[in-house]
Write a protein that binds this ligand. Structure first.
Ligand code: THU
Length: 160
């Protein structure tokens, strides 16, 4: 038996001004998308914006449903739409933000487990990591690749 130690990395920024311009624009797009979320049950309004390798920015938000599992998180809404629209184009980065009681959450909002797995599959498909920008009022966190959020993921095509 041997024990393996894994390292995961996150870059923390104290304010949006510290980030490169492209990331700032993506965060503003995610904040704007959060305002348009359909979240009448949780009142937790999540916005996501992603930058594709072709330079296009695509936005999405959470879509809830009275039959709860039928709804979908902002990250998967935008990721699946991007891949449906541009099936051959990789995702470079994705910003996610959440609004609760009309204000940004203090803590940077991070993709749920299912969204992390969906991001991993996109990375695997296009063989490049996705930069994940997690927005919050107090700080912004940047993860260089979804495996910094989901170590030991299920990897499509590598199992069995
Ligand atoms: N939600 C997202 O859209 N993204 C996340 O990263 C976390 C959760 C949504 C799902 C649901 O509509 C609401 O937030 C409350 O969980």
């Amino acid at each position: 038996m041997q024990t393996r130690e894994l390292k995961i990395f996150v870059c923390e920024y104290g304010s949006i001004e510290e980030l490169p311009e492209a990331d700032r624009q993506l965060i503003y797009s995610a904040r704007d998308a959060a305002q348009k979320a359909y979240a009448p049950y949780s009142h937790f309004y999540v916005g996501a914006a992603l930058l594709l390798a072709n330079g296009e920015v695509i936005c999405g938000n959470n879509q809830e449903n009275a039959a709860f599992p039928a709804g979908l998180c902002a990250e998967r809404v935008v990721l699946f739409y991007a891949h449906a629209r541009y099936p051959d184009v990789a995702v470079k980065s994705l910003a996610v933000t959440a609004i609760k009681n009309q204000i940004l959450t203090n803590d940077p909002v991070k993709p749920c487990g299912s969204c992390r797995q969906a991001l991993i599959e996109s990375e695997f498909r296009f063989k490049q990591p996705i930069r994940i920008i997690s927005d919050g009022k107090e700080r912004i966190e940047v993860f260089e690749g979804a495996e910094n959020l989901l170590p030991y993921p299920f990897k499509p095509g590598l199992q069995g």
